[in-house]
Design a protein around this ligand. Structure first.
Ligand code: GLU
Ligand code: ZN
Length: 299
């Protein structure tokens, strides 16, 4: 048991809650409750063009229907631009960021494929006289050294940012904050100690640890959950048309998700609050499988 435990669930309102995002919500909730921790809810609504009208509220109502009650007020990233701006200034004072004027086409033509998209070549890192009238993003200077951490589910993970990712964007040329910066600033400001989320974000974690180091923020504990996939092995997401959860059969759906997280347990028949408190009493994060899990159609 940890002395203080603050966890969180951080959905993006780009679609409705589906079975994959429910698995993340349930695992982070149960891990927090099993550790007598708090479980905060942060709405990651920093990309208005990708948002679906009504999705933020629908996500909250669906969580409540499953008895996944969060602690405190919901935090909306759209109301926290000042915090991201402060962080960017702090990095600027340390000479850790630079403006980047490269177009998408230039980047496509000059950069190699890495572990998560193209590895930025560093072209703008040493520009002599940047013309700030031109559209530009801000990138952080990465270091050519390994970032290693231990993940409660996946085990040891190492990445060299300079070699595998390159200098990455913090503020996009269209003025939107990059996920990497916002998530680190908010996890720091909310004093999050434990992050439980989908394995699709494992590859982002070294970038986030590096930003924490640059901003003098503590590094939380991480646990990356197996992805739920459709029959074709694709991650359930908006792109793969994950059906939004219906709450009529919520006990059945919750039992299914708990069975994925606790393959060695017999899940009892009960209502959602009782299932969640039972799960918290027998929870062992190390029992969560690592490999992707194929889920049949759920409606
Ligand atoms: N908002 C992100 C997503 O929906 C999750 C962020 C995180 O857990 O770090 O994929
Ligand atoms: Zn550039």
């Amino acid at each position: 048991m940890h002395e203080t435990y603050i966890g969180r669930f951080a959905p993006s309102p780009t679609g409705f809650l589906h079975i994959g995002s429910l698995l993340t919500a349930v695992a982070s909730y149960v891990d927090a409750r099993a550790n007598n921790g708090r479980w905060l809810l942060r709405m990651e609504d920093l990309d208005p063009p990708r948002e679906v009208a009504g999705a933020a509220d629908a996500i909250l109502r669906t969580l409540e229907a499953f008895s996944l009650y969060w602690d405190g007020e919901v935090v909306y990233q759209s109301q926290r631009h000042h915090l991201y701006r402060e962080a960017l200034s702090a990095l600027q004072e340390k000479d850790l960021i630079y403006p980047c004027f490269c177009s998408r086409t230039q980047i496509r033509q000059t950069c190699q494929e890495g572990v998560d998209g193209l590895i930025y070549s560093g072209h703008c890192r040493h520009l002599k006289n940047p013309d700030f009238h031109l559209r530009h993003a801000y990138r952080i200077k990465t270091a050519d050294s390994n970032i290693a951490f231990h993940d409660a589910c996946v085990g040891d993970y190492v990445q060299n940012l300079a070699q595998s990712i390159g200098d990455f964007v913090l503020l996009r040329a269209d003025g939107l904050w990059a996920y990497q910066l916002a998530v680190v600033v908010d996890d720091g400001e909310q004093k999050i100690t434990h992050i439980v989320r989908g394995k699709d974000l494992l590859v982002s974690t070294p970038r986030q640890i590096y930003l924490q180091q640059c901003l003098n923020l503590a590094t939380p504990h991480y646990a990356h959950l197996p992805l739920l996939t459709n029959r074709e092995g694709q991650k359930w997401s908006k792109q793969t048309k994950a059906p939004p959860l219906k709450t009529q059969n919520k006990e059945k759906i919750l039992k299914r998700v708990l069975q994925y997280l606790m393959p060695h347990q017999d899940i009892p028949d009960d209502d959602c609050p009782a299932l969640l408190s039972w799960a918290s009493s027998v929870w062992d994060i190390h029992q969560i499988p690592i490999d992707p899990i194929q889920t049949e159609e759920y409606k």
